[in-house]
Design a protein around this ligand. Structure first.
Ligand code: AMP
Length: 500
């Protein structure tokens, strides 16, 4: 049997391909047949543009049904899909293209002029365009081609997707996910959350990240359900459409924003059977305010790019606020000490995982990959957690100082490196401080050279040209020196306390 994840999906598509698969926020309906046909045309277009089996196809485009078709086309053609955050600036794209060496790069038409020289320099064979309305040189080429395409043969262990995740050193790492990883995690979630063809998922997440790309897309497509496909999260638009939905998947920020809408009531969500939250911690306060307002308890789950989903609160049974639930049926999770020895319930330690969902390693980083796995084959997630007596996991911290702002991960190092290179700066420490809307706000504490005055507006303007907007500090704090411990390490915990 072909283990290509597209083949798995296609087998489960509704027999009647005229069944709707999605409706956009401006009311355009797509059927399963249309999505399938476009994936075939795009697969043929990619191969005509120089993509061969196993080649990477990098994609930085706005969310649209066509973008979903493009993802499916990559799977179908046996190309490795490499989605890039739409907020990335050219300097960041330069790194990803250089690292991943894709055969084809698809970007927004208005970004082509800035990105073409970069792509050419790293040897990309074709640069194609796609805009948010489904226009561009990719669709123009695809229009001339057949909708029939052979689904490439794949083994479970073959690469399907590379998701870049920020690294502690400031350099992103490409997590390599296989067809087998996607299949096992998708099927597990469908059964755990009882997803069926009757489900209508309000999909307002970006589709360049594990949450929107895998969790949302895979569960609905595997079950033959339907999306209300929103380009982005807009609280008023989501509120309107929730009346027709049965499911919502969101980052915690979605839920705090919905709660800020006076029209968000028990009645507006009476048809929704399940609200799911993940990608960042859901505050107990939000969980409780949500229950008071709607009578529903949000289901919180935990996962990461390297593994898809790991634990989940139950569909039936107690959903405990402040916990991320129990390990999924086929995923092993342990909390271990610094020597990788498993700890018992109640003890805090590093969260380690093993299972068919766990990735193959970091792209071109065999040493980094080896470091992140224990001698007995468990992956170190970098999260710090604790099991309770009922087997529910709580994430209590992050081993690596990760900041999560609005559901996006930011590793301080990358921003510190940018700031430290600026004139008048001695060094900097970037931290997350609690923020009512974003969960955490990126904050930079900068030590200046004695006798210099720093131009804060100038620093921010510079960072905006170098970094995706969500990574740019919300606040700069200039100091004479950073606090350090006796080992010479900057005391970030102290800074977090001081500026919270
Ligand atoms: P990403 O690879 O972008 O999905 O980020 C994965 C990281 O997000 C995890 O390692 C956790 O630190 C964090 N994360 C995801 N879900 C949760 C959750 N429900 N609660 C707390 N942290 C979470």
């Amino acid at each position: 049997m072909n283990a290509n994840f597209f083949a798995v999906l296609q087998q489960r598509f509704p027999a009647d391909r005229d069944t709707p698969v999605l409706e956009t926020d401006d009311g355009v309906v797509w059927t399963y047949g249309q999505l399938e046909a476009l994936s075939g045309r795009y697969a043929n277009a990619l191969s005509q543009s120089g993509a061969n089996h196993g080649d990477r196809v990098a994609v930085q485009v706005d969310k649209s049904p066509e973008t979903l078709a493009l993802y499916l086309a990559c799977l179908r053609g046996g190309f490795v899909h490499l989605p890039l955050n739409t907020a990335y600036q050219p300097a960041e794209i330069d790194y990803f293209l250089r690292d991943a060496q894709p055969a084809v790069f698809i970007c927004r038409p208005d970004a082509r002029e800035a990105l073409l020289p970069i792509a050419t320099d790293v040897g990309v064979r074709s640069v194609l365009t796609l805009d948010g309305e489904g226009r561009g040189t990719l669709p123009a080429l695809a229009d001339l081609l057949d909708a029939q395409a052979v689904t490439a043969e794949a083994q479970p262990d073959d690469l399907a997707v590379i998701l870049y995740t920020s690294g502690t050193t400031g350099r992103s790492k490409g997590a390599m996910l296989t067809h087998g990883n996607l299949t096992s995690n998708g099927l597990t979630l469908v059964s755990e959350w009882g997803i069926s063809s009757a489900d209508v998922l309000l999909h307002a997440l970006p589709i360049f990240h594990v949450h929107g790309l895998f969790v949302a897309n895979h569960t609905i497509l595997l079950a033959g359900g339907r999306f209300l496909f929103h380009r982005k999260f807009d609280a008023a638009a989501v509120l309107r459409d929730l009346q027709r939905a049965t499911l919502l998947m969101g980052v915690p920020t979605f839920y705090t924003r919905l709660l800020a809408e006076p029209g968000f009531t028990r009645d507006t969500v009476s048809g929704v059977r399940l609200f799911i939250s993940g990608s960042a911690p859901l505050l107990t306060e939000t969980f409780e305010a949500f229950e008071t307002r709607t009578g529903q308890r949000i289901l919180e789950r935990y996962g990461m790019s390297e593994s898809g989903m790991i634990t989940s609160n139950p569909l039936r049974g107690e959903r405990k606020a402040g916990t991320v639930g129990r390990p999924l049926p086929d995923v092993n999770v342990r909390v271990a000490d610094a020597d990788d020895h498993p700890l018992s319930a109640g003890a805090i330690g590093g969260v380690q995982i093993r299972g068919p969902n766990v990735f193959k390693g970091y792209w071109l980083m065999p040493e980094k990959t080896a470091q992140e796995f224990t001698a007995d084959g468990w992956f170190r997630t970098g999260d710090v957690g604790c099991f309770d007596a009922d087997g529910y996991l709580s994430i209590v911290g992050r081993a690596k100082d990760l900041i999560i702002t609005g559901g996006y991960n930011v590793y301080p190092k990358e921003i510190e490196l940018e700031i430290d290179g600026l004139p008048g700066v001695v060094e900097s420490a970037v931290i997350g401080v609690p923020h009512p809307d974003f969960g955490e706000a990126v904050t930079a504490v900068i030590a200046r050279k004695a006798g210099t005055a720093l131009d804060e507006a100038g620093i921010l303007a510079h960072l905006k040209t170098r970094l995706a907007n969500y990574k740019v500090p919300k606040r700069l704090i200039v100091v004479d020196e950073l606090p350090r411990n006796t080992m010479g390490k900057v005391q970030k915990a102290e800074l977090r306390k001081r500026y919270r």
